[in-house]
Design a protein around this ligand. Structure first.
Ligand SMILES: Cc1cc2nc3c(=O)[nH]c(=O)nc-3n(C[C@H](O)[C@H](O)[C@H](O)COP(=O)(O)O)c2cc1C
Length: 133
């Protein structure tokens, strides 16, 4: 917001943090003042992290209305962030990372007991979910 902390200052801070050995920055914009008018749309904070990544050369993690596996994958694959993180998406669906791995065709590790509920490993548990259309 007007008179507030700027993206350019964040880049300057990131450069200094990098010199001190910081490995990565999680870039959020901070909703702490009602005067800040931040557009609320999917991936709305990704440009902030992208700027830090490109201009400070520090790996970044993006947050902010990243809710879909493909959306998350596209942000990383297009070089806009090195990592993504979810807050509300993971609060709503704590197994989001497993579901995303399945949606994207990626392999991931499961604790042995959790395999009992994996729809691909135990299709009989969710017969309707995997039934052919
Ligand atoms: C329960 C909760 C409390 C939060 N509190 C703050 C806060 O006090 N200040 C802040 O800048 N961001 C806060 N956030 C925003 C998070 O820091 C984070 O940037 C954001 O939730 C990530 O986006 P997502 O929830 O859309 O995945 C909060 C988020 C949640 C879910």
């Amino acid at each position: 917001m007007e008179g507030g902390w700027t993206p350019e200052e964040t880049v300057a801070l990131a450069i200094e943090l990098k010199k001190l050995g910081c490995d990565y920055l999680d870039v959020s914009s901070g909703g702490i003042d009602p005067r800040a008018k931040i557009p609320f749309a999917p991936g709305f904070q990704v440009p902030f992290g992208e700027k830090v990544r490109k201009e400070a050369g520090l790996p970044t993690m993006s947050v902010g209305l990243i809710t879909e596996p493909k959306q998350a994958e596209d942000i990383i694959a297009s070089g806009r962030a090195d990592m993504i993180a979810l807050a509300r998406g993971a609060m709503w669906n704590p197994r989001w990372a497993w579901h995303a791995a399945e949606a994207l065709g990626a392999e991931t590790a499961f604790a042995p007991k959790m395999m009992l509920c994996h729809p691909k490993l135990r299709p009989q548990v969710f017969p309707n979910r995997l039934a052919p259309a």
